[in-house]
Design a protein around this ligand. Structure first.
Ligand code: ADP
Ligand code: MG
Length: 330
């Protein structure tokens, strides 16, 4: 196979503020605006940004749980928007999701064993013996004892439940897992264990991750590359190493300054910049960050900066720090 495993092209998602009425000029929530990125097989791409910047919407668009307003999602070169329902179902085996709150995403009336084998049983019938063997194998992969298969989610700890959520995602042998705030609800010590488990699984099975988090410490721990989002757009896309060593976008810089992260289990994201995140219903003209940016120039108030490819290979959307020359990514 050539080309990236996952490719996202100019993805846009606007939610109508009031449903039902289809008037053109009705205000919309601009949750995702012109987002493009790709993920290579076996790679971890992190998406980081403050609450409300569009991260979960991207996850839903990748999984095709919602339809995009514009743009495309390609897996192994196939546009998932072009698939029929039955094709989409088969295709979903390859892309699985792990959610923030393992408790509400696991059926409380099923045993752990039933929960993790259910996705496979949606595709093929298993005998009791086969089901138990599969459950035991999956539990072992996520570091849980086989006895756990008979327990209910309510009888498990938060960390154990998240391991179950991961086992369930692994059951169909996906090539990519979308993890949306997968460790955010866990105690810090358990967070580190789950992150290490994900990294071990990646090494062992070659799975790619889109790892979504508001927490830079977590991102630095697990990411190969990072996309920083602000109000629906990617403002910087770089390798984890270069992003943390030398952030270029003023927003990235502010985020990192707010969270110096010697200990990945400690830092919490708080932005040392004035003002609130503007509303995605009426985002500022030009660069959405300009009202909070100390570098803002006239141009920033009128023109949306494109994501410009820098010499070191990163993308930055900033008129001041990354003035557009010939090559633009978007
Ligand atoms: P994040 O995961 O980064 O916190 P989300 O993707 O959940 O952000 O939300 C992005 C924006 O879209 C927010 O302003 C949110 O209120 C809005 N939004 C998300 N889902 C819906 C929906 N179903 N209808 C209307 N607005 C939505
Ligand atoms: Mg979210």
């Amino acid at each position: 196979m050539s080309g990236p495993l996952l490719k996202v092209k100019n993805l846009v998602k606007h939610y109508p503020l009031r449903s039902g009425i289809m008037k053109k000029d009705l205000p919309v929530v601009r949750a995702v605006e012109n987002v493009s990125f790709s993920v290579e097989a076996g790679e971890t791409l992190c998406i980081v940004g403050e609450s409300g910047c569009g991260k979960s919407t991207i996850a839903r668009l990748l999984m095709r749980l919602v339809d995009p307003t514009e743009g495309r999602v390609l897996l192994d070169g196939t546009d998932i928007g072009s698939l029929r329902k039955d094709e989409l179902r088969a295709w979903r085996r390859r892309m699985q999701m792990v959610f923030q709150d393992p408790y509400s995403s696991l059926n409380p009336r099923l045993t752990a064993g039933q929960i993790i084998t259910e996705p496979v049983e949606n595709f093929e019938r298993l005998s009791r013996k086969q089901r138990e063997a599969l459950a035991a194998e999956l539990l072992q992969q996520v570091g849980l004892a086989p006895e756990i298969m008979h327990r209910l989610p309510s009888e498990l700890s938060g960390g154990q439940r998240q391991r179950l959520g991961i086992a369930r995602a692994l059951s169909l042998k996906p090539s990519i897992i979308i993890a949306d705030e997968a460790v955010s609800a866990l105690d810090v010590s358990v967070q580190a264990q789950i992150l290490n488990l994900l990294m071990d699984l990646q090494e062992e099975l070659g799975i790619a991750f889109v790892f979504i988090s508001h927490d830079l410490g977590v991102v630095e721990h697990i990411g190969d590359r990072v996309a920083v989002m602000y109000l629906g757009r990617i403002v910087e896309l770089a390798t984890c190493e270069s992003l943390f060593a030398k952030p270029v976008h003023p927003y990235t810089e502010a985020l990192i300054a707010a969270a110096p992260i010697p200990d990945p289990t400690r830092a919490r994201l708080e932005v040392p910049i004035d003002g609130e995140v503007p509303s995605p219903v009426r985002p500022p003209q030009g660069c959405a960050f300009h009202p909070r940016c100390s570098l803002a120039e006239e141009r920033c108030r009128t023109e949306i900066p494109p994501l410009v490819l820098m010499q070191d290979g990163r993308g930055v959307a900033c008129h001041v720090r990354a003035p557009a020359r010939q090559v633009t990514i978007l």
